[in-house]
Every structure is written in C-alpha cells, then in structure tokens.
Design a protein around this ligand. Structure first.
Ligand SMILES: [Zn+2]
Length: 458
C-alpha cells in the first residue's frame, strides 16, 4: 500500500535513472531540447497529503522528464538562487490544480446550448475552440483535466490529449473518456424530426446486456480512453413531453405533468457490475453519471471509481458510497446553474459528505460554463463549509485519485520527489483570501513554465 492514498502502489520510478543505453540516449536528446535541471524556491507551499502549509522548501526539477527530482528543506527564508532557478519565495505555492469533470469540446451554454453546439458547429470549429479552452484552463492554474465525454466529437479527445502530450499545443494533461456508454437511446440528443434519419452527432455508444457491454468497454479501451464513463441514469423519456428547449422555435406541449422528464435508471445492477469488471481487468477507472439515489447506490456497489453529480444523495446513499470508498465529484458549478432554489441542499450534501470522510474531488462539468472559470467549483466547496485546506485537497490530490491514482502512471496533485513538476503560485494566502485563486500568478506543468508574474509565456 502507498503512504499517500491507501491504494495499492504500482511501480513508478521516483527518480530519473536511465535503465538502458536507449533510455540514456533518449534522455540526452531531451536535454538538448530542454534546459538543464533547475530549482524552484518557495517560502510557503501547500501539502495536500497532510493539509499543512509548509515553509522554506526548494524543489529540484528536471524539465527533460518533467519531474521533481528532489526536495530541499531550508533552515530559513534565505536561499542561494542560481542563474536558472525560479524564486517563488514571496508567493504562496500550490500543486497544479485538477478539474475532475470537464468537456473540452463544449463552451458555455450561455452562448449556445448543447444541441446547438453539436448541430451547428463544425468539427474544425470545435477543435479550435478546444485549443483556446485548454490555454485558458492552463493559465488559470489547471494542469490536469479529467475530460468526461467528447460530446459528439467521437474519439477526438484522445487525439487532442496526444497533441498536448507531444508538445504541439499547450494545455492541461488530459484523461479522456471518448464516447460515453449508455443503454439504447439512453442519452441521445433528441430531435422530433427523424425524417431522412435526421440526427445530431452521437455522444454515447449504446450497449445493453453483458456481451454488448463488455464489447463496448473493450472498444473504448482500444480507442484510447483513460477512463470509461457510463450513464447510470438519465432523463430518458424526454420525447414523451418534449420541452421548448433546445428547440426555441417549437413550443412546449401543453399541460405537462409536474415532473415531465424524470431521471430513469439505464442499467441493471448486473450490467453495471459487468461494466466495472471489464474495465478493472484493464486497470481502467470507471466514472458513472448518477443523479438519483438509486443510481448512486447501484454504481457504488458495482465498483465505480467516481460518481459524477450525485445531486440528490440522502444519508443511506452516502453511507453506501463511504462503505465502497467511492469518490464523489459533485459538479456544484453546473448544479448552481440548473437547480436554483434547490441548490443549497446540494451544498449541505457536499458538506455532510466531507464530514463523513467521503473523498470528493473538484470538477465543475466545466465547458457547460467557461473554461478558465474552473475555480468556481472550489469556491462552492468553500461556500458549503468545507475548510480551505480540505477544499485545496479536493482541488489537487483528490483529483489525482479521481483520475485513477497510481493507475495513471504519473504522480500529480502534490509536490514531492517523483511527482510531476506541476506548480502554481498566487500572491496571497488563500486561508486569508480565497479569491486569490482567481488571480494565478505562476503556472508550471511538467517542469515547463507557462505563466510568470501573471504573464503568459506562450
Ligand atoms: Zn459532464
């Protein structure tokens, strides 16, 4: 077991020791491309493992491999700052942020609703927008995104991830789901016009029953997903009482029932079990979209790593989540926009889950509102009453756990030897002014600085 997260440890080399001649040559080549190792000096740095703000640490960084290779504990504020070193001693330093629920191919629903984006925007436009979204996120301090569904863009999220990892464009480290899984017609974007097969680009891959589900999981794995996402429930019966939106030129039907479009369960317990079992055999984490208590309970029992939304959890459901050590990503930022007067109950639930010791991660469903505004989720954790330090843990280390922890093959979300050199800095102490997180002054990802003194470097 590993000290940091009580999850069995996979063998990740902590220090960059070349194991063969080929690796040595590769490292040499990388050193030609990147500058030599350097040191980042700090005077106050947040440690999400022990929830302390630690003083006077210096981090040795090797940009050729993007890792922290050593941590030096200084005796005081003073440091001998070398020519290539970075001095963050007058700032407050944190690990790079993780947004655990994003959609790079979506922009704010205030600009265009989901169906319009899928229907009217070209593939190229959506890719270019995603490029901007990733820049904005990185400059806002987000060095990792768990991107849960390509929203009609098929497997383009996996290609996008690879483009970032090849250094072609700047952006957060992406963990992607490609297409999400749902039972037949479970989450399609509905349109009343089916003449000539009229349809909007599909978000999901339909699969029902053991054979299809195993096959769909295997297909997602083969297509390059980092996480398998499925819909445990959804507002499936929308065509029964079609609403005006997303078709503003059509009117709503008259006299709909009080709840015209309730969430319904999309899979049996056995189906969810099979889905998780198949993903587990490839050491791939599973994320489940769940709005209802029943869906949360079923998905948690099936062994998903994270529950997305979990809007209406009652105590019994939270008990089951705790028992199964499932992570909740409450997506408060989208809930705030959707649920108006019922929203305070979701803040209470988030606080109660924290009090019970349930692991939660900050993920806003970012993309339904603007990328770059991701910090809203952490602000809402604070509003719920979760303390600053715990909120910062949900924003960093717990994001790593949500992405799959050790199964990601990289350590990020905290700053120690062997971790990715993902470092952000702000000018004020978030314990005194949480709003300082909206003004990120410094961003480094994998040992490469992207923002310094508030100025973008790319
Ligand atoms: Zn989402």
């Amino acid at each position: 077991m590993c000290q940091c997260c009580s999850i069995p440890e996979a063998p990740i080399p902590a220090a960059p020791v070349p194991q063969s001649k080929t690796e040595e040559l590769r490292l040499e080549k990388l050193r030609e491309l990147y500058p030599k190792p350097f040191v980042v000096h700090t005077s106050l740095v947040f440690n999400p493992i022990n929830l302390n703000f630690e003083k006077n640490l210096s981090f040795e960084i090797d940009p050729a491999i993007g890792l922290i290779t050593g941590v030096i504990e200084r005796t005081g504020f003073d440091a001998s700052v070398g020519e290539n070193d970075l001095d963050l001693r007058k700032k407050v330093v944190l690990p790079g942020f993780v947004d655990a629920h994003t959609h790079i191919f979506l922009h704010s629903y205030d600009e265009a609703d989901n169906a319009k984006q899928k229907r009217d925007e070209s593939f190229v436009e959506r890719v270019l927008r995603a490029t901007n979204h990733c820049s904005s996120a990185l400059l806002a301090g987000y060095t990792t995104y768990r991107d849960l569904g390509s929203e009609g863009m098929q497997e383009a999220d996996a290609n996008f991830r690879d483009a970032i990892n090849r250094g072609i464009i700047p952006g957060p480290r992406l963990y992607v789901a490609t297409k999400v899984l749902a039972s037949v017609t479970g989450i399609m974007t509905h349109t009343e016009n089916r003449i000539g097969g009229t349809r909007i680009a599909e978000t999901s891959e339909a699969c029902d029953g053991e054979v299809e589900i195993r096959k769909a999981v295997r297909r997602r794995l083969g297509m390059g997903c980092d996480v398998v996402k499925f819909f445990a429930d959804y507002r499936k019966r929308v065509m029964r009482f079609p609403p005006a939106t997303p078709h503003p030129y059509l009117s709503s039907v008259m006299f709909p029932p009080e709840i015209p479009n309730p969430d319904v369960i999309l899979y049996t317990q056995e189906e969810m079990n099979v889905l998780c079992e198949e993903a587990a055999s490839a050491d791939c984490p599973v994320a489940a979209h769940c709005a209802t208590n029943r869906a949360v309970q079923m998905a948690s029992k099936a062994g998903v790593r994270t529950i997305e939304h979990a809007f209406w959890c009652d105590q019994k459901t939270l008990d089951i989540v705790k028992e199964n050590k499932t992570i909740i990503v409450p997506t408060l930022s989208i809930a705030e926009r959707l649920y108006g007067e019922n929203f305070p109950s979701m803040l209470t639930k988030t606080y109660n889950a924290w009090k019970m010791g349930i692991t939660q991660a900050c993920g806003g469903d970012t993309g339904t509102f603007n990328h770059g505004e991701n910090i809203r989720e952490a602000e809402l954790f604070r509003e719920s009453g979760v303390p600053v330090e715990d909120t910062l843990r949900c924003l960093t280390f717990n994001g790593w756990l949500a992405c799959g922890g050790h199964s990601t093959g990289r350590k990020f979300g905290w700053l120690a030897e062997g971790c990715a050199a993902d470092i952000v800095a702000v000018d004020e102490d978030p314990r005194q002014n949480f709003g300082t997180l909206r003004k990120i002054s410094f961003v480094m990802k994998d040992g490469k600085p992207y923002k310094m003194d508030g100025i973008k470097l790319f």
